[in-house]
Design a protein. Structure first.
Length: 81
């Protein structure tokens, strides 16, 4: 998912390995990624808050909903369910 207000340069993703990652497209097309959070088991869904350039939600097979502030370190993820 493209993050709002990022000029389409920040992309959030989730995958079967449970990771939620942020990719940032740099000048020249190089992409740098970092892990934002990790589910136990597969991560299935990702939702972006259209009004915030920094908040997203993820869900996974572990039955958890994680609220992620992309400005915070990975250990600062909030578990909602």
């Amino acid at each position: 998912k493209t993050m709002p207000h990022s000029g389409e340069k920040n992309i959030a993703s989730c995958a079967a390995d449970g990771q939620v990652r942020m990719g940032e497209i740099q000048e020249g097309g190089k992409v740098e990624t970092r892990q934002l959070a990790k589910h136990r088991g597969r991560a299935h869904k990702l939702a972006v808050d259209p009004l915030s350039p920094h908040l997203l939600l993820s869900t996974g097979e572990d039955g958890k909903v994680l609220e992620i502030d992309t400005r915070a370190p990975p250990q600062a993820v909030t578990e909602l369910a």
